[in-house]
Ligand binder design. Sequence first.
Ligand code: AMP
Length: 279
Amino acid sequence: MDVISSPNQIQEITKKLYKEGKTIGFVPTMGALHEGHLALVRKSKTVNDITIVSIFVNPKQFGRNEDLKKYPRPIGKDQALLIKEKVNYLFYPSSSAIYPSGYKTNVKVKGFSDILEGKSRPDHFAGVATVVLKLFNLINPTHAYFGQKDFQQCVVIKQMVKDLDLPVNIKIIPTVRENDGLALSSRNIFLNGQERLQALALYQSLLLANKLIAGGNKKARFIKAKMKNYLKKYKLVRLDYIEICNPQDLSAVKVIPKKVVVLITAFVGKTRLIDNIII
Ligand code: AMP
């Protein structure tokens, strides 16, 4: 695996690959890799001639009081995992290479950026869209892989790709979970023993929603109330929001239609975790 940190250099490489007619699968990440990230990588490997992973802890998508500084950066371990997966290139730029002094442009996808996650994290999706567009321009991928775990991120990226006619196919990969159901996340390492146990309540509350909907309950308000009530037992879990939405446009539903996404975000101790389920 070649490790490239210069934007110009990765762009030269991918231009050459494109001319040779190679398909490129791209997996953007912030590192601290786990089986969730690797599921995206493996999917890319099965479909594309070349797989490129980026590791970049994007400062633009962190709010002022968020965990940018303490976000885990185990680069040696990450590289070893990617070598094992036979990734062709790791793009590992510095912050100043991506945002050199004088950098001024921001990409904002209207409508999705100020609801759900965007409400709690006002600049988050502009940061995500900006860096993903830059990475797409550098890498020119045939396919780019994102995890369903960050459901709203997937919707924002798909909208940006559609609106800006970007020549890339977006592929969404189902959430990879621990055996007990907790969604894998780079932030799970911040959980202490008690928090780790209680973190499971997020997924359990989603399963409760699934059960209620499968049982014929149609009122979103009732289902949300049941979920909130379930979470009350877990004293280390502080709910940010639960929402039941149309998966296409993320509009909140009052009556459950054929297909919905139930989204939950909560602090467990000081760690903010997100999860969702499509029903
Ligand atoms: P991150 O490093 O957190 O920015 O994540 C990089 C990519 O991996 C994003 O597309 C995430 O949605 C995806 N991802 C993170 N956790 C999981 C998971 N548990 N299952 C599947 N994909 C995931």
